[in-house]
Design a protein around this ligand. Structure first.
Ligand SMILES: [Zn+2]
Length: 249
């Protein structure tokens, strides 16, 4: 593994801005810019990548970053294709994400983990996938007996948990240790690539523990309440629950 730039999103989800230096620029249809540090989240685990801007300190020139993604372990910032003359290697930039959008994604992501925690604890149903946008998301479960009545009960139980001011903790575990924790095995850490030695975990203390690369709020009280907006069958066993935040911003 080559040493990569500092990836602040994984240690401080609330950091929205940082000064950085350009390490490489891959020009093309939407240039890819790699920095020595960044606050951008590159997407993954159902959470979309951040959007934002790069501002060059020397002359105030700004570029719009429409997305970010991992390229060879680095977080690459994808500029709008219309942006001519991307920044150059060595340029000093102020890196800014759309903070309101990120915070909505953090709250939504934590809400979805609370949903998983309740569905596992009370119904023993495994999560098989999920996706989100700011303020709304969906989770898929192996949940044969799901029904409208159960979904109503799940909504109120999740909201009760969110109101309980539960701390949300980011941690890292050696891979072999992670494989001994039943709660982590249920979220299919066996699907993680073998090259990963440390498993990043997100724990809603007392409710849910998952291997996860996303950004989360520090306490469930920051999520507010959610409402279930729909549920559907994706087969006899696989069911989907859709949620949204009551106060999306
Ligand atoms: Zn997650």
């Amino acid at each position: 593994m080559t040493p990569h730039g500092e990836q602040i999103c994984y240690t401080d989800a609330y950091a929205h801005r940082v000064e950085a230096t350009v390490r490489s620029v891959d020009t093309g249809d939407g240039a890819l810019v790699v920095l020595d540090r960044t606050v951008f989240y590159p997407g993954g685990g159902g959470q979309p990548a951040d959007r934002g801007t790069l501002l060059r300190t020397a002359d105030g020139r700004t570029w719009t970053v429409r997305s970010a993604r991992k390229v060879d372990g680095e977080i690459a910032h994808e500029l709008e294709p219309a942006e001519a003359n991307p920044p150059r290697v060595g340029d000093v930039l102020t890196v800014d994400i759309d903070g309101a959008r990120r915070l909505a994604l953090m709250r939504t992501h934590t809400a979805l983990h609370a949903l998983c925690g309740v569905v596992w604890r009370d119904y023993g149903a495994l999560v098989t996938g999920g996706n989100m946008e700011p303020g709304a998301g969906r989770m898929d479960f192996e949940f044969e007996r799901m029904s409208g009545d159960l979904v109503d009960a799940i909504e109120s139980k999740v909201n009760e948990e969110l109101r309980s001011n539960r701390e949300v903790r980011v941690d890292g575990l050696p891979r072999d240790e992670a494989f001994r924790i039943p709660d982590l095995i249920r979220t299919k850490i066996n699907l993680l690539p073998p090259g990963i030695d440390e498993i990043r975990t997100i724990e809603i203390i007392g409710l849910d523990l998952q291997a996860d690369g996303g950004t989360h709020v520090a306490n469930t009280s920051e999520v507010g309440a959610l409402r279930v907006t729909g549920y559907e069958s994706k087969g006899r066993i696989n069911k989907r629950i859709r949620i949204e935040l009551v106060d999306p911003v």
